[in-house]
Unconditional design. Sequence first.
Length: 82
Amino acid sequence: MKKILLLMLVVMLTACSKSEPVETVDSLVANPARLKELREQCKSDRAKLGDELCNRVAEATNRQFFGNGSTPYTPPKDSPKF
């Protein structure tokens, strides 16, 4: 009986604990300063931040660099002269 009560207490305390803020890819793209900070932290200590967050940071960096992909490539009208 005591074990069940103890287990219930642990579960309740775990459920009530404050969760960490979730960084989404879109929120990181919108906040370049935070993205830069997290990118440096992922380079120095990936184990501390975790693979999930560092993967989001990498995806946000790609989106920031490549854009949303809606702009098609348009070659120049005149060919280059060498």
